[in-house]
Each structure stands twice: as C-alpha cells, then as structure tokens.
Design a binder for this molecule. Structure first.
Ligand code: SF4
Length: 457
C-alpha cells in the first residue's frame, strides 16, 4: 500500500474561490445532542421510491428498529431514530419540496438511553462475510450518500458483471463554505473510513482507492495517512491520500474524478463507465457502522454555523430532529438572524420555518446574520462572461437566463442545462449583476421537463 502525498490537483475548467468561513467550526469536536422529545421522519430520504411503513400510530418502537422498507425497489429502509411511540403519520414541512409524508415518533428518553447502551455490540469480522451479505448489511442499515445526493450506497456499488471499476474515490473535499462535518469525521473516525473503503472495494472487486481532501484540511490528510499506515493488512490494498486544491466545486463528482484521475465522464453516462465509483468519506464511515457494528443510519453529524445562532457546533443529531430543537439546544437564535439555510450557502436552500427536520442527507444548518447575506437586487445581464469562466461544466448560464426571461425557457435545452448543470451556484456567485442564475436554470429545467411530458401524452 502506498499513501504518499502527491502533487496538488484540481479540475481544469471553471471553478471559483469563495470565502471558506470554516474557522468557526472546524476546530469543534463532534458533540452529541441529547435525544429530542420528538422526531419527524420522511418516508423518502433517498433517491428512489418512498418507504412503506411497517408501523402504525400507537405502536412502540425501539431505537434502530426498521420501520419502513422499499422491497426490491431502489431506495433505503427507514429506522426509528428514537425509542418511543409512533405518534402520527402525516404531511410535514419538507426542506426541498414544501410538504411530504412523514412518521412522527414521540421519544421515551429512559428507554432510549437503555436501548442505545445495548446497541454497542461486538464488531463483525467483515472479511469472513460474503459479497451478497455485505450488500444486504449496507441496504438493511439504510445507508445513503451523506454528501447531499442521498443515493443508496448498496445500489451504487452493486455493479453489473460487465461493468469494470478500477478506482474507488473517497470524496473528502467538503468544498461548501461553512460546512465542516466531514472534516471532523475524517479527524475522529479515520480508521473507520479506511475500513469502510476496504469493504466497498471488496464489493466492487477492485483494490485501488484514492482519498481526495482539499488542502485546507491537512490535519485530516495526516489522520487518514496514519490510519492507512497502521492497518495490519496495509500491504493488500492500494489506498492513497491526495491533496486537492481549494477550489469550488472541487467536491462535485465530475470535478473530483477529473482532479484525481484526469478522466472525464461522458455526458449522460455514469461514473462507472470510466471505471470509477465516488463515495463520500462520511458515507464510507457509515458503511463501517452498518456492516461491522450492525448500526443503522439513525443519526448523523451536521455543522451548525453562522452569526444568527448563539453557539456554533458540529452536532451529532438524530435523523428527524427539528431545526427548532437544534436552535434551542444551542442557546437560541440571535437578534441578528437574517436567513436560515439547510445545507451550505452554495447549494443549500433557504427555509421559512424552524419546524423542518434533519434528513439523512442534511450536512448542515446555517443561521446567517445580516452581514452574511446579500440583499442586492439583480439587474440585466451585462455580458461580462464571468459566469462562462466559472461554470465547471462549460455551460452558458447567462444565455440560459436570457431565454427564461424572454419566456422561451424550453429552448434553453440546447445549452445542455438539463443533463449537465448540477446547480453548484458558481455562476450566480460571480455574477456582478447579482442575477439568480441557478433559479433561472431551475425554471428552465422544470419547463423543459413539463414540455417533454406534454409531448409524450
Ligand atoms: S450552477 Fe450549473 S450553469 Fe451555473 S456554474 Fe454550476 S454547473 Fe454551471
């Protein structure tokens, strides 16, 4: 195994350099928030079909119990994130799609503490477990990508026999400003990440893993190198840690693949078509938890940051905890609070209510103060070309926005907006006219989709 630091890498096209704002939380160790009185769990916290509930109101539930399944369809089972009782199944406020169906659990803190203590079981020696069983364990633990997409982990690594992957990339770039939860996970759980990577490689059938970390997290680079070097079976695997240039969106799948391997995914194809699977470092740690410890995904670390909250933190919270409960635990919001954003400032969404719960793929909550939020109104495009230089996919955001403004959004299809734009926000960030380019792009995508569905009728 080699684990030397190599030359700093970056993707060649586009990208921007926003202020990182990570200093307030990157040094804060993970802190566990006590069990909340209630959690709200959406039946769909992943790419795929919603879960079918296996419990009903008034049923008792135990921490970690599977309470929703997806059968053979794409998706991830749902687990009780507290011990207690099913209070209701209802429509609840969702951070992305306004409202969706959720199950509400009332917690019994005494039973929860006892069940949590019982959960510390003896680790399983995964090397003696067959491939199918490893996949089953990942699926039954409800594991999804924690970097923001929520794609079921087992489905990503369960490749067809004719698909050959030679490289597993662990994404530790964490390029979103403010967010530092992956950084803390790499520092505090480096050994588990390395073991999780080996489990993934065993399932994929490859032996090479590249861990990409931005140069602003050199302590995490050292932690992972140390964990690789200390493993007893280090000669059997080729795992390298690579330092990536700090450049947004370094942590996007296409960009990190290009930075680390020079390979470019053809439009419309999967990363496996160029021999690569990308997995987030935190998701890889949960592979260890699910497979080795038998612990389902019922909690996660989130970064809570910004000048609008009394205390900033990297917080281990139960999935389904409300943002109101998190704010109360951290001492409440400040008078300066201007906006609440779920996720990071580049790709997150701003919300109008504290009743929204944490999902499996929520990396952070930003309580932004007035001087952290832009209040500029936007003007007409001045054709400066800055957005063209910023877009890592080589798109034409300014032209897309003009077509939308002219009521011709469907014609924006010719710019590849539908397949290639992953809404990183680089274009909007650098626009001197403060044009909300991502919002224009979202409108274009929706209009193109509506037009296509009408044509099919
Ligand atoms: S949001 Fe889309 S169009 Fe804008 S820079 Fe990112 S990928 Fe390019």
């Amino acid at each position: 195994m080699t684990h030397e630091q190599t030359a700093r890498s970056t993707f060649p096209i586009g990208g921007i350099y926003p202020n990182e704002h990570k200093e307030a939380t990157e040094g804060l160790p993970i802190e566990a928030m006590p069990c909340p009185a209630e959690v709200t769990l959406f039946l769909k916290q992943h790419v795929g079909v919603p879960c079918e509930l296996t419990v009903k109101p008034k049923d008792s539930v135990v921490l970690g119990q599977m309470i929703g399944t997806v059968g053979d369809k794409l998706g991830a089972p749902l687990h009780a994130s507290v011990s207690g009782t099913v209070k209701a199944v209802k429509e609840a406020m969702h951070p992305l799609i306004t409202r969706d169906t959720a199950v509400v659990l009332s917690a019994d803190p005494v039973a929860d503490a006892a069940d949590r203590a019982r959960m510390e079981s003896a680790p399983v020696e995964w090397r003696t477990v067959g491939r199918e069983e490893l996949l089953n364990r990942m699926k039954n633990a409800g594991l999804v990508g924690l970097g923001g997409a929520g794609f079921p982990v087992y489905a990503k690594v369960n490749l067809k026999p004719d698909v050959k992957v030679d490289t597993l990339i662990l994404n530790g770039a964490e390029c979103e400003p403010y967010v530092t939860c992956d950084h803390r996970i790499m520092l505090q759980y480096a050994r588990e990440i390395v073991e999780g990577a080996k489990i993934l490689m065993r399932v994929i059938g490859n032996q090479r893993c590249l861990i990409g970390i931005e140069a602003n997290k050199m302590d995490a680079v050292e932690a992972l190198k140390q964990a690789i070097g200390e493993a007893k079976d280090r000669q059997k695997w080729e795992i390298d840690v690579r330092v990536l240039q700090v450049k947004y969106p370094q942590g996007a799948a296409d960009q990190i693949m290009e930075s680390l391997t020079g390979r470019v995914r053809p439009a419309g194809k999967r990363s496996s078509s160029i021999g690569i699977i990308v997995q987030n470092v935190y998701s890889t740690k949960t592979v260890y938890d699910g497979v080795v410890l038998g612990r389902p995904l019922f909690e996660r670390v989130i970064t809570v940051a910004g000048k609008g909250i009394a205390r900033q933190a990297n917080l281990l919270v139960r999935i389904g905890t409300s943002i109101a409960d998190i704010a109360a635990y951290l001492g409440g919001t400040t008078d300066d609070l201007d906006r609440i954003v779920v996720g990071g400032p580049m790709m997150g969404v701003s919300i109008g209510s504290l009743d929204v719960p944490i999902m499996k793929y929520t990396p952070g909550i930003l309580f932004l103060g007035s001087d952290e939020v832009s209040t500029e109104t936007y003007g007409p495009c001045i054709s400066c070309g800055f957005c063209l230089q910023a877009c890592p996919m080589g798109l034409e955001p300014h032209n897309i926005s003009k077509y939308v403004e002219a009521g011709r959004a469907v014609e924006a299809e010719k710019f590849g907006v539908e397949d290639e734009c992953f809404e990183c926000g680089s274009c909007a960030f650098c626009c001197p006219a403060h044009r909300p380019l991502v919002q224009f792009i979202k409108i274009a995508k929706a209009e193109i989709d509506r037009h296509k569905r009408q044509q099919k009728k």
